[in-house]
Design a protein around this ligand. Structure first.
Ligand SMILES: C[S@@+](CC[C@H](N)C(=O)[O-])C[C@H]1O[C@@H](n2cnc3c(N)ncnc32)[C@H](O)[C@@H]1O
Ligand SMILES: Nc1nc2[nH]cc(C(=O)O)c2c(=O)[nH]1
Ligand code: SF4
Ligand SMILES: [Mg+2]
Length: 242
């Protein structure tokens, strides 16, 4: 049976970001990314520092681990990474989750296409702004968004862009204006991804959140937008596996 490199499986926790923020969910995090964002809060998935944690797993093995950790106490699984869209083989896991009436969320940056993206219930596409150091391939992004437009109405897609500065804001706005019908989320960038001083981090992130809200309030051209912090960072700081 085909395998996928998994670096962590955890939960139940809550989805801390984006369109289903607050949702009780399990997480499956794949290893490896085609990007290397300067501020990636999950760089251990691709920079070698988490190499010893990577396990090649079949879909059945992943499902068993999800049940071992979550028992019968979950109905939602979020697949993140790294970039999970690097792996065609995830189709087997998604099939098992569907068979068991589990809703599936995916976090990906919109740089790679997979057929199984058609089957995701809550799909977050998160193109990367200039501060990441990455450059977006707009052709690939538009192609992916175009393909996903006609899925059935109980499947949802959103664009979620992390903002660290004014240039990032301009980038996010441009993406939104190119794809005005896709639900648009702005997320506060965490610029201190190593601190263990939660009180300091949380007050800092709340200040950043306020600044991002103020930016949106002042912008008459950006109307249909949701502005969110990373809720998990406000609750647990930079802790991993939550
Ligand atoms: C770690 S990524 C994994 C999935 C996929 N590679 C992606 O970037 O969408 C999950 C989410 O965390 C966001 N993220 C990563 N580092 C962050 C940071 N320092 N502050 C805020 N959000 C961050 C990403 O933009 C993405 O939306
Ligand atoms: N609670 C929680 N919510 C999250 N939303 C997106 C995450 C990610 O790293 O992809 C994440 C995460 O790592 N934890
Ligand atoms: S695309 Fe996602 S996982 Fe990859 S480096 Fe950027 S934030 Fe990290
Ligand atoms: Mg994260």
């Amino acid at each position: 049976m085909s395998k996928v490199p998994v670096i962590e499986i955890f939960g139940p926790t809550i989805q801390g970001e984006g369109m289903v923020v607050g949702q009780k969910t399990m997480f499956v995090r794949t290893a490896g990314c085609d990007y290397s964002c300067s501020w990636c809060d999950s760089s251990f998935t691709w920079d070698g520092s988490g190499k010893h944690l990577i396990v090649q797993m079949t879909a059945d093995e992943i499902w068993s681990e999800l049940k071992r950790l979550g028992g019968s106490g979950f109905s939602f699984v979020t697949i993140s990474g790294g970039n999970p869209a690097l792996f065609r083989n995830l189709e087997a896991l998604i099939a098992i989750l569907k068979e068991n009436d589990i809703k599936v969320g995916v976090e990906t940056q919109g740089s790679r296409w997979q057929q199984w993206l058609y089957d995701i219930d809550e799909l977050t596409i998160s193109p990367k702004p200039p501060s990441s150091g990455m450059t977006s391939d707009y052709t690939v992004l538009s192609d992916i968004l175009g393909k996903l437009q006609n899925r059935n109405s109980n499947q949802h897609i959103s664009l979620k862009i992390v903002v660290f500065n004014e240039e990032d804001y301009a980038y996010a706005k441009q993406i939104h204006l190119r794809h005005p019908t896709i639900p648009f989320y702005l997320q506060v960038g965490n610029d201190d991804i190593t601190t263990t001083d939660n009180a300091l981090l949380i007050s800092h992130l709340l200040e950043k959140y306020q600044a991002l809200i103020d930016r949106v309030i002042a912008d008459e051209e950006v109307r249909d937008v949701k502005v969110l912090p990373q809720l998990h960072a406000l609750v647990w700081g930079n802790k991993r596996g939550v």
